[in-house]
Design a binder for this molecule. Structure first.
Ligand code: GLN
Length: 484
């Protein structure tokens, strides 16, 4: 078996058995990156020196008896995570030469465990997008069909896993940015409950929605990565101080008697036939495994996309005010302070980011604040209450991740509204603050992966991981590999 085809747990076994060293594994990954990057473009920055140094250090730890499952495992991070001394662009020209002076807590945690950093992954600019096309560094291509988008905004994170350029990756999810690319690239992707993972050192898009989470080859790896980054962080006051379960240890409980809700608002007329087919097959599989299905309703689903695009843009307009040519990033030459601000921001930000800043600034401006921002906050509460009510009767929910498989590069780029609607099934989960996972569940007629989404109760990651694991044991979708 090729090293680059391995999961975390497989490579861990090989490292422990001394069949391979971390240095050999890392060298194999770097060679793989070099071979497929011209076709995929998952990375903004590859860090071979860092990777080889990390691997050498991991080998010393392993030789001294270290048995940590992450020691020596080559991973990569979305370029939204601050990495001390390593360029971090967030997919934006405005941060083109930004070298962070400190690291994100999630990166620190992986480092402490002995993981190896291969590099920083492509993404939509400031995580605003569903296709990776808003990146200032070119769009990543879907390894299953390079004429298609990999999804976004963590498109590089998903494509790198699918193209086997990293064993596992981290992304962030504000409205679907882990789950939708995971679905389009045939990987497992989990957005944890808001507060489960520290956001410290993660460049902020919409702070009340952003969460960090893993993209992996299988559910076991997903549980391992989630366990590694979850937990309270004194540096992020929104991270919650509840114990982190041993996610990987509790995977095998099965789904007998599990009550799975099917929200009727998610099975709409426009759903792609291949997506519907994958959904039907998933329901059948769960039935066979002994789960019970309950029809439920999330009545305010229709308002989720509009609500999200008010709240997320309002928060973004505030968060992105710091990129002004003084404190961070690109600085243009111009007459006077105001001219310098204007020119720096005009040159530094791309079209989508500008659109969002304008939308958000408008929604927050006096005279419109009550009509838009405050109203959106109220609808957010209604959406949250929908989930609380529905979860009184079910353990988890099962829905599609995206209404269609991956679309063509260029197809929606000039139609922002169509692009925004591709997150219709993922956005409500962020507004409600709960957790959800995308699982490989089939392929379209043209061979593109399709994911299904398991939604859990707040801090119910264990339940969705268990349900996901049971599904994975009963199917073979996650074992297929993109030929790239
Ligand atoms: N596609 C959504 C957006 O553009 C979600 C992005 C995300 O989750 N970061 O805002």
């Amino acid at each position: 078996m090729n090293i680059f085809d391995m999961t975390i747990h497989e490579l861990h076994t090989a490292l422990q058995g001394k069949q391979v060293s971390s240095l050999e594994a890392t060298t194999a990954m770097l060679a793989r990156i070099e071979a497929v990057e011209p076709r995929v473009g998952s990375f903004i920055t590859v860090t071979p020196e860092q990777a080889l140094a990390d691997a050498a250090a991991a080998d010393i730890r392993i030789a001294a008896g270290a048995t940590d499952v992450l020691t020596g495992i080559p991973v990569a991070l979305k370029d939204i995570f601050l990495t001390e001394g390593i360029r971090t662009t967030c997919g934006s020209r405005i941060l083109d030469n930004f070298i962070p002076p400190y690291s994100a807590t999630s990166y620190e945690k992986l480092k402490e465990r002995g993981a190896v950093l291969l590099g920083k992954l492509n993404q939509d600019e400031f995580a605003m997008g569903s296709s990776n096309e808003s990146s200032a560094y070119g769009s990543t291509r879907n390894p299953w069909d390079t004429s298609c988008i990999p999804g976004g905004s963590s498109g590089g994170s998903a494509a790198a896993v699918a193209a086997r350029e990293a064993i596992a990756t981290l992304g962030t999810d504000t409205g679907g940015s882990i789950r939708q690319p995971a679905s389009h690239c045939g990987c497992v992707g989990l957005k944890p409950t808001y507060g489960r993972v520290s956001r410290y050192g993660v460049i902020a898009y919409a702070s009340s929605l952003d969460q960090v989470g893993p993209l992996t080859r299988d559910v076991t790896d997903c549980a391992i990565m989630l366990g590694a980054v979850a937990g309270h962080d004194p540096k992020d006051s929104t991270s919650v101080d509840t114990p982190v379960p041993d996610y990987a240890a509790s995977l095998t409980r099965g789904v007998k008697g599990l009550k799975i809700g099917l929200p009727k608002e998610y099975f709409i007329a426009g759903l792609d036939a291949d997506v519907q087919k994958a959904m039907d097959a998933a329901i059948e599989t769960y039935r066979r495994l002994g789960a019970e299905f309950v029809d439920i309703s999330l009545p305010h689903t229709d308002y989720a996309v509009a609500t999200y695009y008010l709240i997320a843009t309002a928060e973004a307009s505030s968060n992105l005010a710091r990129y002004d040519g003084v404190r961070f990033g690109h600085r243009a030459e111009a007459d006077g302070l105001l001219g310098m601000y204007t020119k720096s921001r005009s040159e530094g930000f791309g079209a989508e980011v500008k659109r969002r800043i304008m939308l958000g600034t408008y929604a927050l401006s006096s005279g419109y604040y009550d009509a838009y921002y405050v109203k959106a906050q109220k609808v957010r509460t209604l959406i949250m209450n929908d989930f609380i009510t529905a979860f009184a009767n079910v353990d988890v929910m099962l829905t599609p991740v995206a209404p269609t498989p991956a679309f063509k590069i260029g197809e929606k780029v000039n139609d922002p509204l169509q692009m925004y609607l591709s997150d219709i099934f993922t956005i409500p989960v962020n507004l409600a603050g709960t957790c959800a996972m995308s699982l490989p569940a089939g392929y379209s007629a043209s061979g593109l992966p399709i994911g299904v989404q398991l939604i859990g109760k707040p801090f119910g990651e264990e339940a969705i991981l268990q349900a996901g694991h049971a599904f994975e044991q009963a199917t073979e979708w996650h074992t297929r590999k993109a030929t790239i």
